[in-house]
Design a protein around this ligand. Sequence first.
Ligand SMILES: Cc1ncc(COP(=O)(O)O)c(C=O)c1O
Length: 440
Amino acid sequence: MNTGNSAVESYWMPFTANRDYKKKPRIIVGAEGHYYHTEDGRKIYDAFSGLWTCGLGHCHPKIVEAVQRQVETLDYAMAFQMGHAKAFELADRVTDLAPDGLDKIFYTNSGSESVDSALKIALAYHRARGEGHRTRLIGRERGYHGVNFGGMSVGGMFPNRKMFGASLLPSVDHLRHTFDLEHNAFTRGQPHWGAHLAEDLERLAMLHDASNIAAVIVEPVPGSAGILPPPVGYLERLREICDQHGILLIFDEVITAFGRLGAPFAAERFGVTPDLITTAKGLTNGVVPMGAVLVKDKIHDALMTGPMQMIELFHGYTYSGHPLACAAGLAALDIYEEEGTFAQVRELESHFEDAIHSLADHPKVTDVRNFGMMGGVDLESRPGEPGMRGLEVHKTCFWEEDIVVRHSADMLQFSPFLNARPEDITMTFAKVRKVLDSID
Ligand SMILES: Cc1ncc(COP(=O)(O)O)c(C=O)c1O
Protein backbone atom coordinates (compact mmCIF):
# COMPACT_ATOMS: atom_id res chain seq x y z
CA MET A 1 0.00 0.00 0.00
CA ASN A 2 1.22 3.48 -0.80
CA THR A 3 1.51 6.33 1.61
CA GLY A 4 2.01 10.03 0.91
CA ASN A 5 0.78 11.54 -2.35
CA SER A 6 -1.05 8.40 -3.47
CA ALA A 7 -1.67 9.66 -7.01
CA VAL A 8 2.05 9.50 -7.81
CA GLU A 9 3.56 7.12 -5.27
CA SER A 10 3.61 3.83 -7.20
CA TYR A 11 5.66 4.94 -10.18
CA TRP A 12 9.42 4.81 -9.43
CA MET A 13 10.63 7.35 -11.95
CA PRO A 14 13.87 6.89 -13.92
CA PHE A 15 16.79 9.28 -13.42
CA THR A 16 14.56 11.55 -11.31
CA ALA A 17 14.81 12.94 -7.81
CA ASN A 18 11.62 11.04 -6.94
CA ARG A 19 11.05 12.43 -3.46
CA ASP A 20 11.46 16.01 -4.57
CA TYR A 21 9.35 15.51 -7.71
CA LYS A 22 6.48 13.91 -5.84
CA LYS A 23 6.15 16.87 -3.49
CA LYS A 24 4.86 18.90 -6.47
CA PRO A 25 4.61 16.72 -9.60
CA ARG A 26 5.14 18.26 -13.00
CA ILE A 27 2.52 16.38 -15.02
CA ILE A 28 2.16 16.51 -18.81
CA VAL A 29 -1.21 15.57 -20.27
CA GLY A 30 -0.69 16.30 -23.97
CA ALA A 31 1.66 17.69 -26.58
CA GLU A 32 1.46 19.34 -29.95
CA GLY A 33 4.27 20.70 -32.11
CA HIS A 34 6.75 22.53 -29.91
CA TYR A 35 4.60 22.57 -26.79
CA TYR A 36 3.54 20.32 -23.95
CA HIS A 37 0.17 20.76 -22.28
CA THR A 38 0.22 20.58 -18.51
CA GLU A 39 -2.32 19.25 -16.04
CA ASP A 40 -3.04 22.79 -14.85
CA GLY A 41 -3.97 23.92 -18.37
CA ARG A 42 -0.76 25.62 -19.50
CA LYS A 43 1.07 25.30 -22.84
CA ILE A 44 4.77 25.08 -22.15
CA TYR A 45 7.62 25.30 -24.63
CA ASP A 46 9.79 22.18 -24.83
CA ALA A 47 13.39 23.37 -25.08
CA PHE A 48 14.65 19.78 -24.84
CA SER A 49 12.53 18.30 -27.69
CA GLY A 50 11.43 15.36 -25.59
CA LEU A 51 14.60 13.73 -24.31
CA TRP A 52 16.71 14.47 -27.40
CA THR A 53 14.00 12.44 -29.13
CA CYS A 54 11.33 14.52 -30.86
CA GLY A 55 13.33 16.79 -33.18
CA LEU A 56 10.41 17.15 -35.59
CA GLY A 57 8.02 18.27 -32.86
CA HIS A 58 5.44 16.37 -30.85
CA CYS A 59 2.52 14.50 -32.39
CA HIS A 60 3.64 15.21 -35.95
CA PRO A 61 0.45 14.51 -37.93
CA LYS A 62 2.20 12.32 -40.50
CA ILE A 63 3.76 10.08 -37.87
CA VAL A 64 0.52 9.90 -35.88
CA GLU A 65 -1.36 8.87 -39.00
CA ALA A 66 1.23 6.27 -40.00
CA VAL A 67 1.14 4.66 -36.56
CA GLN A 68 -2.66 4.70 -36.44
CA ARG A 69 -2.87 3.05 -39.84
CA GLN A 70 -0.26 0.48 -38.84
CA VAL A 71 -1.95 -0.58 -35.62
CA GLU A 72 -5.11 -1.33 -37.58
CA THR A 73 -3.24 -3.35 -40.19
CA LEU A 74 -0.54 -5.32 -38.41
CA ASP A 75 -0.10 -4.94 -34.67
CA TYR A 76 2.77 -7.37 -34.22
CA ALA A 77 4.62 -9.95 -36.27
CA MET A 78 6.82 -12.64 -34.77
CA ALA A 79 10.28 -11.16 -34.83
CA PHE A 80 12.24 -14.42 -34.95
CA GLN A 81 12.01 -16.62 -38.05
CA MET A 82 9.42 -14.28 -39.62
CA GLY A 83 9.47 -10.78 -41.02
CA HIS A 84 7.17 -8.00 -42.14
CA ALA A 85 7.68 -5.70 -45.10
CA LYS A 86 8.17 -2.44 -43.23
CA ALA A 87 11.12 -3.79 -41.22
CA PHE A 88 12.98 -4.51 -44.47
CA GLU A 89 11.94 -1.21 -46.03
CA LEU A 90 13.10 0.80 -43.03
CA ALA A 91 16.44 -1.03 -43.01
CA ASP A 92 16.98 -0.09 -46.65
CA ARG A 93 16.01 3.52 -46.02
CA VAL A 94 18.28 3.96 -43.01
CA THR A 95 21.27 2.31 -44.67
CA ASP A 96 20.75 4.59 -47.70
CA LEU A 97 21.38 7.51 -45.36
CA ALA A 98 24.38 5.90 -43.66
CA PRO A 99 28.04 6.26 -44.61
CA ASP A 100 29.25 3.84 -47.29
CA GLY A 101 29.81 0.30 -46.09
CA LEU A 102 27.38 0.41 -43.16
CA ASP A 103 24.74 -1.57 -44.99
CA LYS A 104 23.27 -3.87 -42.36
CA ILE A 105 20.90 -3.07 -39.50
CA PHE A 106 20.09 -4.89 -36.31
CA TYR A 107 16.94 -3.58 -34.57
CA THR A 108 16.58 -2.97 -30.85
CA ASN A 109 14.10 -1.07 -28.69
CA SER A 110 16.30 1.56 -27.06
CA GLY A 111 19.69 3.18 -27.02
CA SER A 112 20.87 0.95 -24.18
CA GLU A 113 19.96 -2.16 -26.13
CA SER A 114 21.66 -0.77 -29.23
CA VAL A 115 24.87 -0.30 -27.28
CA ASP A 116 24.86 -3.76 -25.72
CA SER A 117 23.99 -5.28 -29.12
CA ALA A 118 26.87 -3.45 -30.79
CA LEU A 119 29.34 -4.61 -28.13
CA LYS A 120 28.15 -8.21 -28.51
CA ILE A 121 28.36 -8.04 -32.31
CA ALA A 122 31.93 -6.74 -32.01
CA LEU A 123 32.92 -9.64 -29.76
CA ALA A 124 31.19 -12.19 -32.01
CA TYR A 125 32.90 -10.75 -35.10
CA HIS A 126 36.39 -11.16 -33.69
CA ARG A 127 35.63 -14.66 -32.47
CA ALA A 128 34.23 -15.67 -35.86
CA ARG A 129 37.52 -14.58 -37.42
CA GLY A 130 39.57 -16.64 -35.01
CA GLU A 131 40.50 -13.66 -32.83
CA GLY A 132 38.48 -14.66 -29.78
CA HIS A 133 41.23 -13.17 -27.61
CA ARG A 134 39.93 -9.72 -28.51
CA THR A 135 37.57 -9.30 -25.57
CA ARG A 136 38.53 -5.96 -24.07
CA LEU A 137 36.13 -3.07 -24.61
CA ILE A 138 37.23 0.53 -24.37
CA GLY A 139 34.91 3.38 -23.48
CA ARG A 140 35.67 6.91 -22.41
CA GLU A 141 35.34 8.89 -19.21
CA ARG A 142 32.23 11.06 -19.29
CA GLY A 143 30.67 8.79 -21.90
CA TYR A 144 27.04 7.74 -21.58
CA HIS A 145 26.02 4.55 -23.28
CA GLY A 146 22.79 3.72 -21.51
CA VAL A 147 22.12 1.67 -18.45
CA ASN A 148 22.44 -2.00 -19.31
CA PHE A 149 25.50 -3.89 -18.09
CA GLY A 150 27.56 -3.37 -21.24
CA GLY A 151 26.71 0.29 -21.63
CA MET A 152 27.14 0.96 -17.92
CA SER A 153 30.56 -0.67 -17.97
CA VAL A 154 31.96 1.18 -20.97
CA GLY A 155 30.21 4.35 -19.80
CA GLY A 156 32.13 6.93 -17.86
CA MET A 157 29.56 8.79 -15.79
CA PHE A 158 30.59 7.95 -12.27
CA PRO A 159 27.20 8.26 -10.51
CA ASN A 160 25.76 5.71 -12.95
CA ARG A 161 28.50 3.23 -12.04
CA LYS A 162 29.30 3.63 -8.38
CA MET A 163 25.85 2.59 -7.15
CA PHE A 164 26.29 -0.85 -8.66
CA GLY A 165 29.64 -1.60 -7.12
CA ALA A 166 31.78 -4.18 -8.80
CA SER A 167 28.97 -5.64 -10.91
CA LEU A 168 30.43 -4.27 -14.10
CA LEU A 169 31.83 -6.14 -17.08
CA PRO A 170 35.43 -7.24 -16.65
CA SER A 171 37.97 -6.37 -19.36
CA VAL A 172 36.90 -2.78 -19.81
CA ASP A 173 39.04 0.34 -19.79
CA HIS A 174 38.45 4.00 -20.51
CA LEU A 175 40.05 6.75 -22.53
CA ARG A 176 40.43 10.11 -20.87
CA HIS A 177 37.66 12.57 -21.66
CA THR A 178 38.37 15.72 -23.66
CA PHE A 179 36.88 18.33 -21.34
CA ASP A 180 39.41 20.84 -20.05
CA LEU A 181 38.25 24.24 -18.88
CA GLU A 182 41.77 25.60 -18.82
CA HIS A 183 42.05 25.22 -22.59
CA ASN A 184 38.50 24.99 -23.89
CA ALA A 185 36.22 27.18 -21.77
CA PHE A 186 33.39 28.86 -23.70
CA THR A 187 34.36 27.23 -26.99
CA ARG A 188 31.94 27.69 -29.85
CA GLY A 189 31.68 24.40 -31.73
CA GLN A 190 34.71 22.10 -31.83
CA PRO A 191 37.67 23.05 -29.63
CA HIS A 192 41.03 23.36 -31.33
CA TRP A 193 42.85 22.01 -28.30
CA GLY A 194 42.72 18.33 -27.41
CA ALA A 195 43.29 16.16 -30.51
CA HIS A 196 46.34 14.71 -28.76
CA LEU A 197 44.03 13.07 -26.20
CA ALA A 198 43.21 10.44 -28.84
CA GLU A 199 46.73 9.12 -28.21
CA ASP A 200 45.34 7.73 -24.97
CA LEU A 201 44.15 4.83 -27.10
CA GLU A 202 47.77 4.06 -27.95
CA ARG A 203 48.49 3.96 -24.24
CA LEU A 204 45.70 1.45 -23.64
CA ALA A 205 46.74 -0.56 -26.72
CA MET A 206 50.19 -0.83 -25.21
CA LEU A 207 48.96 -1.61 -21.70
CA HIS A 208 46.50 -4.35 -22.64
CA ASP A 209 48.14 -5.28 -25.94
CA ALA A 210 46.12 -4.20 -28.95
CA SER A 211 45.52 -7.81 -29.94
CA ASN A 212 43.26 -8.18 -26.89
CA ILE A 213 41.07 -5.18 -27.67
CA ALA A 214 37.78 -5.76 -29.48
CA ALA A 215 36.29 -2.31 -29.81
CA VAL A 216 36.31 1.32 -28.77
CA ILE A 217 32.98 3.05 -28.22
CA VAL A 218 32.56 6.81 -28.08
CA GLU A 219 29.79 9.32 -28.62
CA PRO A 220 30.98 11.63 -31.41
CA VAL A 221 29.64 14.46 -29.22
CA PRO A 222 29.07 13.22 -25.66
CA GLY A 223 25.55 14.32 -24.75
CA SER A 224 24.22 13.45 -21.33
CA ALA A 225 27.61 13.88 -19.69
CA GLY A 226 27.92 17.42 -20.85
CA ILE A 227 27.83 18.21 -24.59
CA LEU A 228 31.54 17.91 -25.23
CA PRO A 229 32.23 18.50 -28.94
CA PRO A 230 35.28 16.54 -30.12
CA PRO A 231 38.50 18.50 -30.50
CA VAL A 232 39.37 19.12 -34.15
CA GLY A 233 41.24 16.04 -35.43
CA TYR A 234 40.39 13.85 -32.42
CA LEU A 235 37.90 11.46 -34.04
CA GLU A 236 40.11 11.18 -37.13
CA ARG A 237 43.02 10.11 -34.94
CA LEU A 238 40.91 7.54 -33.07
CA ARG A 239 39.96 6.06 -36.45
CA GLU A 240 43.62 5.84 -37.50
CA ILE A 241 44.69 4.12 -34.31
CA CYS A 242 41.81 1.62 -34.53
CA ASP A 243 42.76 0.80 -38.12
CA GLN A 244 46.37 0.35 -37.20
CA HIS A 245 45.50 -2.19 -34.49
CA GLY A 246 42.46 -3.99 -35.95
CA ILE A 247 40.18 -2.52 -33.28
CA LEU A 248 36.54 -1.83 -34.20
CA LEU A 249 35.33 1.74 -33.77
CA ILE A 250 31.75 2.19 -32.57
CA PHE A 251 30.05 5.59 -32.67
CA ASP A 252 27.19 5.84 -30.22
CA GLU A 253 24.86 8.10 -32.18
CA VAL A 254 21.75 7.63 -30.07
CA ILE A 255 21.56 11.42 -29.81
CA THR A 256 23.58 12.61 -32.80
CA ALA A 257 21.93 10.60 -35.61
CA PHE A 258 18.97 11.85 -37.62
CA GLY A 259 19.71 15.51 -37.87
CA ARG A 260 20.83 16.76 -34.48
CA LEU A 261 24.17 17.73 -36.05
CA GLY A 262 22.72 18.83 -39.39
CA ALA A 263 23.43 15.51 -41.10
CA PRO A 264 21.90 12.04 -41.02
CA PHE A 265 24.80 10.87 -38.87
CA ALA A 266 27.60 12.59 -36.97
CA ALA A 267 29.90 10.26 -38.91
CA GLU A 268 29.05 12.25 -42.03
CA ARG A 269 29.31 15.61 -40.30
CA PHE A 270 32.80 14.83 -38.98
CA GLY A 271 33.92 12.85 -42.04
CA VAL A 272 34.91 9.82 -39.93
CA THR A 273 33.33 6.44 -40.64
CA PRO A 274 33.11 4.00 -37.74
CA ASP A 275 32.56 0.24 -38.06
CA LEU A 276 29.28 0.26 -36.14
CA ILE A 277 26.79 3.00 -35.28
CA THR A 278 24.23 2.78 -32.49
CA THR A 279 21.01 4.78 -32.81
CA ALA A 280 17.55 5.19 -31.22
CA LYS A 281 15.61 8.39 -30.33
CA GLY A 282 15.30 10.32 -33.64
CA LEU A 283 14.83 7.11 -35.62
CA THR A 284 11.10 7.27 -34.82
CA ASN A 285 11.07 10.88 -33.58
CA GLY A 286 10.56 9.31 -30.16
CA VAL A 287 7.02 8.23 -31.00
CA VAL A 288 7.52 4.47 -30.59
CA PRO A 289 10.56 3.04 -28.78
CA MET A 290 13.08 1.75 -31.29
CA GLY A 291 16.82 1.51 -31.69
CA ALA A 292 19.12 0.14 -34.35
CA VAL A 293 22.74 -0.84 -34.79
CA LEU A 294 24.24 -0.11 -38.18
CA VAL A 295 26.95 -2.58 -39.06
CA LYS A 296 29.65 -2.72 -41.72
CA ASP A 297 29.17 -5.47 -44.29
CA LYS A 298 32.48 -7.07 -43.40
CA ILE A 299 31.32 -7.60 -39.83
CA HIS A 300 27.96 -9.01 -40.84
CA ASP A 301 29.50 -11.21 -43.51
CA ALA A 302 32.07 -12.66 -41.13
CA LEU A 303 29.19 -14.05 -39.09
CA MET A 304 27.28 -15.51 -42.04
CA THR A 305 29.00 -18.87 -41.74
CA GLY A 306 28.18 -22.39 -40.55
CA PRO A 307 25.35 -24.68 -41.62
CA MET A 308 22.53 -22.89 -43.45
CA GLN A 309 19.88 -24.10 -40.99
CA MET A 310 21.70 -22.56 -38.02
CA ILE A 311 21.10 -19.14 -36.48
CA GLU A 312 24.15 -16.98 -37.20
CA LEU A 313 23.84 -14.54 -34.28
CA PHE A 314 22.32 -15.75 -31.03
CA HIS A 315 20.90 -12.38 -30.10
CA GLY A 316 17.65 -10.46 -30.57
CA TYR A 317 14.56 -9.01 -28.93
CA THR A 318 10.88 -9.98 -29.03
CA TYR A 319 10.15 -6.44 -30.21
CA SER A 320 13.03 -6.06 -32.70
CA GLY A 321 11.59 -4.30 -35.76
CA HIS A 322 8.15 -3.86 -34.18
CA PRO A 323 5.60 -2.88 -36.87
CA LEU A 324 4.46 0.29 -35.07
CA ALA A 325 8.06 1.41 -34.62
CA CYS A 326 8.83 0.72 -38.28
CA ALA A 327 5.79 2.70 -39.38
CA ALA A 328 6.85 5.62 -37.19
CA GLY A 329 10.43 5.33 -38.47
CA LEU A 330 9.41 5.36 -42.12
CA ALA A 331 7.18 8.39 -41.56
CA ALA A 332 9.97 10.20 -39.70
CA LEU A 333 12.43 9.52 -42.52
CA ASP A 334 9.88 10.86 -45.04
CA ILE A 335 9.55 14.05 -43.04
CA TYR A 336 13.31 14.51 -42.65
CA GLU A 337 13.51 14.32 -46.44
CA GLU A 338 10.42 16.33 -47.38
CA GLU A 339 11.10 19.13 -44.91
CA GLY A 340 14.85 19.24 -45.56
CA THR A 341 15.43 18.89 -41.82
CA PHE A 342 19.17 18.27 -41.92
CA ALA A 343 19.79 21.38 -44.04
CA GLN A 344 17.44 23.34 -41.77
CA VAL A 345 19.65 22.51 -38.80
CA ARG A 346 22.74 23.79 -40.62
CA GLU A 347 20.95 27.10 -41.14
CA LEU A 348 19.71 27.32 -37.58
CA GLU A 349 22.78 26.22 -35.67
CA SER A 350 24.65 29.53 -35.72
CA HIS A 351 21.60 31.27 -34.30
CA PHE A 352 21.45 28.64 -31.56
CA GLU A 353 25.18 29.10 -30.94
CA ASP A 354 24.80 32.87 -30.51
CA ALA A 355 21.75 32.44 -28.30
CA ILE A 356 23.32 29.92 -25.92
CA HIS A 357 26.57 31.87 -25.70
CA SER A 358 24.57 34.96 -24.71
CA LEU A 359 24.65 33.37 -21.23
CA ALA A 360 28.45 33.32 -21.17
CA ASP A 361 28.70 36.60 -19.24
CA HIS A 362 26.27 35.55 -16.54
CA PRO A 363 28.01 35.44 -13.13
CA LYS A 364 26.53 32.02 -12.28
CA VAL A 365 27.76 30.44 -15.55
CA THR A 366 31.16 28.73 -15.67
CA ASP A 367 31.08 27.31 -19.21
CA VAL A 368 28.98 27.15 -22.37
CA ARG A 369 29.42 24.54 -25.12
CA ASN A 370 27.52 23.75 -28.31
CA PHE A 371 27.55 21.82 -31.53
CA GLY A 372 24.74 21.41 -34.06
CA MET A 373 21.53 21.52 -32.04
CA MET A 374 23.12 20.38 -28.79
CA GLY A 375 24.17 22.75 -26.05
CA GLY A 376 25.30 22.74 -22.42
CA VAL A 377 25.64 25.47 -19.81
CA ASP A 378 27.56 24.74 -16.60
CA LEU A 379 26.45 26.62 -13.51
CA GLU A 380 28.60 27.26 -10.50
CA SER A 381 27.33 24.95 -7.77
CA ARG A 382 25.89 26.51 -4.66
CA PRO A 383 28.34 25.88 -1.83
CA GLY A 384 27.43 22.66 -0.02
CA GLU A 385 24.40 21.97 -2.25
CA PRO A 386 25.59 20.38 -5.50
CA GLY A 387 22.75 20.01 -8.03
CA MET A 388 20.37 22.34 -6.22
CA ARG A 389 20.84 25.34 -8.49
CA GLY A 390 20.27 23.24 -11.63
CA LEU A 391 17.12 21.72 -10.16
CA GLU A 392 15.80 25.14 -9.20
CA VAL A 393 16.37 26.44 -12.73
CA HIS A 394 14.47 23.46 -14.11
CA LYS A 395 11.56 23.90 -11.71
CA THR A 396 11.33 27.68 -12.01
CA CYS A 397 11.42 27.43 -15.80
CA PHE A 398 8.56 24.93 -15.66
CA TRP A 399 6.32 26.68 -13.14
CA GLU A 400 7.01 30.34 -13.84
CA GLU A 401 8.39 30.65 -17.37
CA ASP A 402 6.45 27.88 -19.15
CA ILE A 403 9.50 26.19 -20.67
CA VAL A 404 11.13 22.81 -20.15
CA VAL A 405 14.88 22.91 -19.60
CA ARG A 406 16.80 19.79 -18.68
CA HIS A 407 19.34 19.83 -15.91
CA SER A 408 21.93 17.25 -14.96
CA ALA A 409 23.08 18.31 -11.51
CA ASP A 410 24.25 21.90 -12.11
CA MET A 411 24.53 21.62 -15.87
CA LEU A 412 21.69 22.86 -18.08
CA GLN A 413 21.21 20.98 -21.33
CA PHE A 414 19.50 22.18 -24.48
CA SER A 415 18.22 20.16 -27.39
CA PRO A 416 16.12 22.51 -29.52
CA PHE A 417 13.71 21.16 -32.09
CA LEU A 418 15.44 20.58 -35.41
CA ASN A 419 12.75 22.80 -36.93
CA ALA A 420 12.68 25.33 -34.07
CA ARG A 421 11.71 28.93 -34.80
CA PRO A 422 14.71 31.22 -34.25
CA GLU A 423 12.60 33.51 -32.05
CA ASP A 424 11.77 30.58 -29.75
CA ILE A 425 15.46 29.81 -29.36
CA THR A 426 16.07 33.44 -28.46
CA MET A 427 13.13 33.35 -26.05
CA THR A 428 14.48 30.20 -24.37
CA PHE A 429 17.76 31.80 -23.38
CA ALA A 430 16.15 35.09 -22.38
CA LYS A 431 13.95 33.14 -19.97
CA VAL A 432 16.85 31.10 -18.64
CA ARG A 433 18.77 34.31 -17.96
CA LYS A 434 15.78 35.76 -16.12
CA VAL A 435 15.55 32.62 -14.00
CA LEU A 436 19.29 32.64 -13.27
CA ASP A 437 18.89 36.26 -12.12
CA SER A 438 15.96 35.40 -9.91
CA ILE A 439 17.35 32.43 -7.98
CA ASP A 440 20.22 32.25 -5.50
C1 LIG B 1 24.62 8.32 -26.36
C2 LIG B 1 23.54 7.51 -25.69
N1 LIG B 1 23.63 6.19 -25.69
C3 LIG B 1 22.69 5.41 -25.12
C4 LIG B 1 21.60 5.98 -24.52
C5 LIG B 1 20.57 5.11 -23.87
O1 LIG B 1 19.36 5.18 -24.55
P1 LIG B 1 18.02 4.63 -23.87
O2 LIG B 1 17.70 5.56 -22.76
O3 LIG B 1 17.03 4.68 -25.01
O4 LIG B 1 18.28 3.25 -23.43
C6 LIG B 1 21.46 7.37 -24.51
C7 LIG B 1 20.29 8.00 -23.87
O5 LIG B 1 20.20 9.20 -23.73
C8 LIG B 1 22.46 8.15 -25.10
O6 LIG B 1 22.40 9.49 -25.07
